[in-house]
Design a protein around this ligand. Structure first.
Ligand SMILES: Cc1cc2nc3c(=O)[nH]c(=O)nc-3n(C[C@H](O)[C@H](O)[C@H](O)COP(=O)(O)O)c2cc1C
Length: 346
């Protein structure tokens, strides 16, 4: 049904328009009596073998929605009906920002990939908090935070602190995004001096709250082994709770389309199938370096249930999908979960 009817229809629109149509439909559907139950009946899949405890949180299953799909915290409950075990909202910045000019998302169907340069468009942390207050989450929520595009890198720690403090009581865990290639200078925050300042500020601030919220760091697939080593060491000594690997890549490796086509799209982060091998490699590397002790959320190019399994086997405790959901449709989560439960991986 998705492949024959819905996908061609949605793919007739630009990626951003298609996303907005889907978002509106999901919100509309929630006003129709029993629709939620019907969706859950078709798409959810639960099994005790899929449950797992990671970063001190009990997850009903290990498959989450990656950051960027529900930037403003408007769809998490609707998305959870499609079987996700957790939803990462954001990236959220301290104030609303429009992101880059459109068009800023591009499909590459031949390669099951997307290139985006959204630039962390979002309605700001106040709006997200009000949504979380109005609409109590029925699913585990990760709060992905970033600095504002307008803020200089020296102001970044304060930006992260602002969103962290305001979101604290409303999310289950945090992800510090320093790896989005579409915000000028952001990936430079992966430099160890900048990073330790941000992490230090957040872990200090966390002490003022009664409840403990795990903090994870989201890294780029474009880091060198040396950079990764430094980051891993920092995470281990600073009391961070885990790592999300990986964000999108600026590399154009593994694309089969013509170089002119790649060039005509321009800058942006590549996600989907071409990213998979690099994300997997990074996860293996981190797992080996930490003796499997550091919780890893694996993300990047999962397009088949077998790849989700492979990422978990490589050392990820949980996985996330984004581009795979766009290309495979809403039944993809259930397919992965059924596959994993058969493998008794979890
Ligand atoms: C359109 C789009 C927007 C994204 N926005 C964000 C974001 O705001 N923050 C973030 O940390 N990652 C963002 N991502 C990256 C995803 O969370 C994920 O790390 C990446 O797409 C790789 O996973 P995938 O191949 O399954 O899509 C975005 C990805 C896409 C495609």
């Amino acid at each position: 049904m998705f492949r024959i009817f819905i996908k061609p229809l949605l793919f007739a629109f630009s990626p951003e328009t298609a996303h907005n149509i889907v978002a509106r439909l999901l919100l509309l559907l929630s006003y129709i009596p029993f629709s939620r139950h019907i969706i859950r009946l078709f798409y959810r899949y639960s099994s005790p073998s899929l449950e797992r405890e990671v970063i001190g949180i009990k997850f009903p299953n290990p498959v989450g929605m990656a950051a960027g799909f529900d930037k403003n915290g408007e769809l998490y409950n609707q998305l959870s009906d499609f079987g996700f075990g957790f939803i990462e909202i954001g990236s959220v910045t301290p104030v609303e920002q429009p992101g880059n000019s459109k068009p800023r998302v591009f499909r590459i169907p031949q390669d099951n990939a997307l290139i985006n340069r959204m630039g962390i468009n979002n309605k700001g942390v106040k709006s997200v908090v009000s949504k979380l207050k109005q609409n109590k989450p029925r699913v585990i929520i990760g709060g992905n935070i970033s600095k504002s595009t307008a803020s200089r890198n020296e102001q970044a720690p304060l930006d992260y602190e602002k969103s962290f403090a305001q979101l604290y009581d409303f999310v289950d865990y945090f992800v510090v995004n320093v790896s989005c290639p579409n915000v000028k200078g952001l990936t430079k925050l992966q430099d160890i001096t900048s990073l330790s300042e941000i992490i230090d500020k957040l872990t200090q601030l966390r002490k003022y709250f009664d409840d403990y919220r795990p903090i994870l760091l989201k890294v780029s697939p474009d880091l060198t082994d040396e950079q990764l080593d430094e980051i891993i060491e920092l995470i281990l000594v600073s009391g961070l709770d885990g790592i999300v690997a990986t964000n999108t890549t600026t590399s154009r490796n593994n694309l089969t389309i013509e170089p002119q086509q790649i060039e005509s799209i321009g800058d942006g982060g590549l996600s989907g199938a071409p990213l998979y091998s690099r994300s997997l490699e990074i996860i293996r590397y981190i797992s080996r370096k930490t003796g499997g002790q550091l919780p890893i959320i694996g993300v990047g190019g999962i397009m088949t249930p077998r790849q989700a399994e492979e990422m978990l086997n490589a050392g990820a405790s949980l996985v996330q999908i984004y581009t795979g959901f766009i290309y495979n449709g809403p039944g993809f989560v259930r397919k992965i979960l059924k596959h994993l439960s058969k493998k008794s991986l979890c």
